[in-house]
Design a protein around this ligand. Structure first.
Ligand SMILES: Nc1ncnc2c1ncn2[C@@H]1O[C@H](COP(=O)(O)OP(=O)(O)OP(=O)(O)O)[C@@H](O)[C@H]1O
Ligand SMILES: Cc1ncc(CO)c(N)n1
Length: 268
């Protein structure tokens, strides 16, 4: 029996603590999962946008991966920002034989609109990394980018989720409706059925790192041995509460609140 669930995130950083590696580790910790991280890029960013990016040398990304993989148990992992094809190739080589749940947040553009990965890397991500994933969690623009279809309805979200599974070989796709108006509706397609997750839209501009947090929560639940459906269901609940109780910090889109689910439990 596992004495602790262990999860790894491979992603970029956010010194303001709302997105990237920092959001992932906070989420793992909050969900009682032992968190580990491999940093791909150090990003100077905050709630207002991205100020600069420094890519970690390839050999150092490879060594970080070796350090973790050769020593630690990993029950599930996620990838976030992987800035270019060279990094993607190196990461692919290290993860392809892990045979544990792989959650991909196909990060392309920050919530502020700043690009986080090279344009030619999008093709590599689609064709080489997507087939390895247990679940990929695109927002609407990312789902449009991957599938080439325009998404303006719930039907189109479902069609995109199916295309991502059947055309690109992801095991499952969660197309997130955070960028729509109305309720926050996400669709999961697991190769067999479409599942709909609906939450009331919270009236807030504090959306910095919501995608990172949701995918990290899915990873934590999968590391704990939950089924894919249960992992997504609980992660949706987690992100909804974290947005509901988000912090008005910084001068732009504030961060979500990782203590919120626990605070609610305590109050009940
Ligand atoms: N205002 C909101 N109220 C409730 N839920 C929301 C809201 N905004 C986003 N969500 C939910 O948050 C999760 C993340 O979705 P979103 O589309 O914001 O991801 P993203 O764009 O990848 O995030 P990021 O800002 O990190 O790039 C989804 O479950 C989505 O439905
Ligand atoms: C490092 C990083 N990954 C992902 C996002 C998307 O929210 C971000 N802003 N920064």
């Amino acid at each position: 029996m596992r004495n602790v669930a262990c999860a790894l995130t491979i992603a970029g950083t956010d010194p303001s603590g709302g997105a990237g590696i920092q959001a992932d580790l906070k989420t793992f910790q909050e969900l009682q999962t032992y968190g580990m991280s491999v940093i791909t890029s150090v990003v100077a960013q905050n709630t207002t946008g991205v100020q600069d990016v420094h890519h970690i040398p390839l050999s150092m990304i490879q060594k970080q991966l070796d350090s973790v993989i050769n020593d630690m148990p990993i029950h599930a992992f996620k990838t976030g920002m992987i800035a270019n094809i060279d990094m993607m190739e190196a990461i692919k080589a290290k993860i392809k034989d892990l045979h544990i749940p792989y959650v991909m947040d196909p990060v392309m553009v920050a919530a502020s609109g700043d690009p986080l990965i090279a344009t030619d890397a999008q093709k590599f991500l689609r064709e080489e990394l997507l087939p390895l994933t247990t679940i990929v969690t695109p927002n609407i623009p990312e789902a449009e980018n991957i599938t080439g279809i325009t998404i303006q309805s719930e039907e189109a979200m479902q069609e995109a989720a199916k295309l991502i599974v059947h055309t690109y070989g992801a095991e499952a796709a969660l197309v997130k409706g955070g960028h729509f108006t109305g309720d926050a509706i996400d669709f999961l397609y697991d190769g067999e059925a479409i599942h709909r997750f609906q939450a009331k839209r919270i009236d807030t501009t504090n959306s910095h790192g919501t995608g990172c947090t949701l995918s990290a929560a899915i990873t934590a639940y999968l590391a704990q041995g939950d089924s894919l459906y249960n992992a997504v269901k609980q992660a949706k609940d987690y992100i909804t509460k974290a947005i509901m109780h988000s912090f008005d910090l910084g001068h732009g889109s504030g961060p979500t609140n990782h203590f919120a689910p626990r605070m609610e439990e305590i109050k009940q």
